[in-house]
Design a protein around this ligand. Structure first.
Ligand code: GLY
Ligand code: MN
Length: 447
């Protein structure tokens, strides 16, 4: 590996950055720029600043870019900052501007974590796709100059809430301007949240690739689950599949819950050995180029659901179908945990569960469903949204009803990812994966 780093550093010195520096599949630079421009349109003439994720303190720990920062830049290196100046005309005219600030390179750390670019690297503007690239040392100076030219800006600054670098920057900038008493910044993540909910076609392609890899892994799961195999071994086989598909990581800790563990919603210890007669909830999916998938299937360990397992399975599948049938674009909502919204898909699914099947005491099953019906999916497996969220074209979300009855060691969850197409129709992104109990049993017989 050492020779590879030396070659990389030598190349950096003489040539524009090359693709091995970034293994993620990127969208064209114009897509990220369009998002920055759209964001600027929401600033009311203000100025926004974002900080990238920092390299982990222990260099062998995993690194993942800040989701909003990635959404706006496609830039995957740590420690950068982005400044966006919203266009303004009165009383001080300011044109739209975007500046990416890159930290000073640390050649010692680069020996551990690989080469980075800084503002002096040849070809850096083209590599980043941002109009201007400057050294990070310029960021406080730029902010000082902007506010000095228009003092009202001190009250129209947008930044990530609770970000240590943002707090330090704004505090220091206040000190440089004699504005120590300026109000805290406005929450810029509210603006990115609005934009991120509606995916563009490039994002949808990436989400589909994450889903394809996750489907392949779920199929391998269906061939791997059997009595005597550990939950963790099943998770490991799935993980191998998505690495083979070019995915960079799990979208969340894989959940392989057999027997009683099927009733623990986010069980991810995966330490039990699967037994004959168990039902197994497998909620596991991956990320492709920073975009997540989120899929759950529930399977019988020995290849055949018992009549009772199948009865509960059919109730959960029926609830998912009830939600799909109830969907009306621009009106239906998702993740209405109190079920107070008559338009929520949660209400449709809950009503189905509560009126179909019974527990061992003859009681309705509604009380065995404990979570929201679904959530947005994107760069985060739980993409940000204000819930209950109205579902519109371009949105991608899960529908994942479940029934969990500890007394019977019987949990069932079925989770699919849906895209709202431009014509308002719902598209099941994991349609290719078994859905019905019969289809699941068929896939298990393929072993
Ligand atoms: N797949 C985990 C969750 O949605 O909470
Ligand atoms: Mn989910």
């Amino acid at each position: 590996m050492k020779w590879l780093r030396s070659v990389a550093l030598a190349l950096l010195a003489v040539a524009p950055p090359v693709s091995f520096l970034n293994a993620l599949e990127k969208q064209p630079s114009s897509a990220y720029r369009a998002r920055r421009v759209a964001l600027a349109g929401k600033l009311h003439g203000g100025v926004a600043v974002w900080f990238a994720a920092e390299e982990p303190e222990l260099d062998f720990d995993p690194y993942r870019q800040d989701p909003d920062f990635y959404y706006l830049t496609g830039w995957n290196e740590p420690g950068a900052a982005l400044l966006i100046v919203g266009e303004a005309s009165e009383p001080v005219a300011r044109p739209y501007r975007e500046v990416l600030f890159l930290p000073t390179r640390n050649l010692l750390i680069e020996k551990y974590t690989g080469p980075k670019l800084d503002a002096a690297s040849p070809g850096v503007t083209q590599a980043t796709g941002v109009d201007e690239v400057q050294p990070m040392t310029e960021l406080p100076a730029q902010l000082n100059r902007l506010i000095a030219a228009d003092r009202r800006l001190a009250r129209n600054l947008w930044a990530q809430p609770d970000n240590a670098q943002a707090k330090a920057l704004l505090s220091w900038t206040g000190a440089t301007l004699g504005e120590a008493g300026a109000p805290p910044p406005r929450d810029v993540s509210r603006l990115t949240m609005e934009l991120r909910q509606v995916k563009d076609t490039g994002e949808i392609d990436l989400l589909k690739k994450a889903t394809e890899a996750s489907i392949a892994a779920q199929r391998v799961m269906m061939r791997s689950v059997k009595p005597g195999v550990t939950e963790r071994a099943v998770a490991g086989k799935m993980t191998a599949v998505w690495y083979e598909h070019g995915c960079e990581r799990d979208a969340y800790a894989p959940i392989v819950g057999s027997g009683i563990n099927s009733t623990t919603l986010h069980y991810s210890e995966n330490s039990r050995t699967i037994e004959d007669g168990d039902i197994v909830v497998v909620d596991a999916a991956c990320e492709y180029s920073m975009y997540a998938s989120d899929i759950t299937r529930t399977v019988p360990a020995n290849g055949h659901f018992t009549p009772r397992q199948r009865e509960i399975y059919d109730v959960v599948l029926g609830a998912q179908q009830a939600a799909v049938d109830a969907f009306v674009v621009g009106k239906s909502t998702i993740n209405d945990r109190d079920r107070k919204d008559p338009n929520s898909l949660d209400t449709a699914a809950y009503n189905y569960i509560d009126t179909h099947g019974k527990d061992l005491h003859g009681e309705p099953l509604g009380k065995y469903w404990l979570h929201g019906l679904g959530h947005m999916v994107g760069i985060d497996v739980h993409d940000p949204a204000d819930y209950p969220a109205v579902l519109k074209p371009g949105m991608v979300f899960t529908i994942e009803p479940g029934v969990y009855i500890p007394e019977e060691k019987l949990g069932v969850r079925i989770e699919c990812d849906f895209l709202v197409a431009p014509d308002g129709k719902l598209i099941d992104l994991d349609a290719a994966l078994p859905h019905t109990a019969g289809e699941v049993e068929g896939a298990l017989r393929e072993k």
